[in-house]
Design a protein around this ligand. Structure first.
Ligand code: NAP
Length: 326
């Protein structure tokens, strides 16, 4: 069995992580052994390796925060999904591995006939898109939403969910070459000077009340400039590495509200019933192919360095996913 482990953090994430052999201890009551089927590498995983994320596990640690697996064995006197069942792996178990041991009570069964690679991305990005669309501004069919970093996985899910709800979307990307990859958007536009004028022209001067920003820096203010008076801008990432800039003009003359979103806080606050309702809806959409993310490449655990290096690079055509060979 193999897992991707790191004992230090550093600016070059591929340098600190390596695949190591391991043998799990015999299972005790309440535990399950799982074969990992697929586990993505998200920007938050990269920031965890560099030490820049909002929550860091103690070292040494196993990489990977989410994924999907198959039950191989249950511990003595343990009830849980039957051997062979496809399950969502609990958050934070260290999913870049051929196998993980997890608390059997935390395993959520998933449809065994759905694409494991798509299911493996279910825990983080789809609920982020779902909740940002639902919880900040009350939207009605026909209303507009604008987001940057729109060729990201979250961006794709957000566009797909918006379309299902009947909302219209402006997708802002940072490069011409990303335009063709943005599906399900009403308007796709390249970020830059006069963004608000180009957006106004493309939407017929629509009053956009919700903006979604994962880039930060000056891009935050360009998104703010596109919003209608009283609009809400939600920042949920900092792909530029910068702090959010918003001009006083946006706050004062348009009375904008800038909010933050972190899924970790939602997990802490939402009741189990609320979480089940959100994940039930999302899992159904992913399992039936109505929600999906593009995948650029899959790698074995032993190729973890190449996988992390690719995931940390810009201008990708989709997610990098660990699909262990066993
Ligand atoms: N707050 C939360 O709870 C939460 C939850 C999930 C995700 N997130 C955040 O959501 C964002 C997107 O995640 P993801 O998994 O969907 O990402 P992803 O699929 O890996 O895509 C990354 C996106 O970032 C863009 N990007 C990369 N470097 C950039 C730069 N220097 N300046 C501007 N844009 C840049 C990429 O554009 P190119 O293709 O042009 O490189 C691409 O659109 C990340 O910031 C992530 O941390 C936050």
């Amino acid at each position: 069995m193999l897992r991707a482990q790191y004992a230090t953090r550093g600016p070059r994430p591929a340098d600190v992580i390596e695949a190591v052999e391991f043998t799990p201890a015999p299972l005790v009551e309440g535990q399950a052994l799982l074969q990992v089927l697929a586990a993505p590498i998200n920007p938050s995983d990269v920031l965890t390796l560099t030490g820049e994320y909002g929550m860091l596990p103690p070292l040494p640690a196993i990489g990977g925060n989410e994924g999907v697996g198959k039950v191989v064995e249950l511990g003595p006197n343990t009830t849980g999904p039957a051997v062979g069942t496809t399950v969502l792996l609990p958050v934070g178990v260290g999913t870049w591995a051929t196998h993980v041991v997890a608390d059997a009570k935390k395993l959520v069964p998933l449809p065994g006939n759905a694409d494991p690679v798509q299911l493996s991305m279910l825990t983080v990005n789809p609920p982020t898109a779902f909740l940002m669309l639902r919880d900040f501004v009350t939207l009605a069919p026909g209303d507009w939403v604008i987001q940057n970093g729109a060729n990201s996985a979250v961006g794709g899910y957000l566009n797909q969910l918006a379309k299902l709800k009947g909302y219209r979307t402006v997708s802002v990307v940072r490069r011409e070459s990303a335009i063709a990859s943005v599906e399900a958007a009403d308007v796709v536009i390249v970020d830059g000077p006069d963004l608000h004028k180009r957006v106004a022209a493309a939407t017929g001067k629509a009053k956009i009340r919700l903006g979604i920003d994962c880039v930060a820096g000056a891009a935050t203010d360009r998104l703010a400039s596109c919003l209608a008076e009283g609009g809400t801008l939600v920042n949920y990432g900092r792909m530029s590495g910068e702090v959010c800039h918003v001009s006083p003009g946006s706050f004062v003359f348009k009375d904008l509200t800038l909010r933050g979103f972190w899924l970790v806080l939602w997990f802490r606050k939402a009741t189990p019933q609320e979480q089940t309702a959100v994940f039930g809806e999302i899992a159904q959409l992913v399992a039936t192919g109505k929600l999906s993310a593009r995948v650029q490449a899959t790698f074995d655990v032993r190729e973890i360095k190449a996988a992390v290096a690719l995931a940390a690079s810009g201008e990708r055509a989709g997610k990098v996913v660990i699909v262990p060979k066993v």
